[in-house]
Write a protein that binds this ligand. Sequence first.
Ligand code: GRF
Length: 215
Amino acid sequence: MQSHGNQPPKEPTVSQSRLLVLVSGAGSILQALMDACTRPDFGARIVAVGADRDGTGAVVRAQQAGIPTFVLPVRDFPDRAGWDKALTQACAEFRPDLVIAAGFLKLVGAEFLAEFGGRVVNTHPALLPSFPGLHSVRDALAHGVKVTGCSVILVDSGVDSGPILAQAAVPVRDDDDEHSLHERIKVIERALVPDTVGKMLREGWSVRDRTVRIG
Ligand code: GRF
């Protein structure tokens, strides 16, 4: 059995796993995770929310819910490695079992992956490996695809290249623009991310080559 970075739990993690959520935007997927955590059977709580920029709706949501937050803009550090080290330390202080990148628009670096690799989950608004990167919805529309969707993946050192945990399809409509299509994809992400994270925590997971088995 091959795993990425640190060994993921072999047994299901029991109640009240610790989730740390990284964000850059409105935080609707964070909200879906916060809502899921209110269910006793979900078995997890969000111990902190970290952002790479000021003024995000996601951080406001977390603050209103009484969740600790931190903001670490890349520009506050002399270089990317310094930012990555600070991000790693800030996250480690909260001892997360899983880190969830929920609309986090930065690539984490080597130090972060040395600490958390194998237990960092990302959600991406396309059916990977098609359309990685920051403009996936626009790129899918420009390519003329009839079906796109979202992918929940384990983060590795590449750009949206890690093993796939879950995917769901979203049909493209003739009159879709980037905004309308992204909004429909986000509706699906708001269900798929908590569902996938909850299953991982309750049932455990393993990775062989690129193939993930949950449970
Ligand atoms: C999601 O579509 C995510 O896949 C992408 O950014 C969006 C985040 O939305 N990377 P929100 O900030 O959670 O509302």
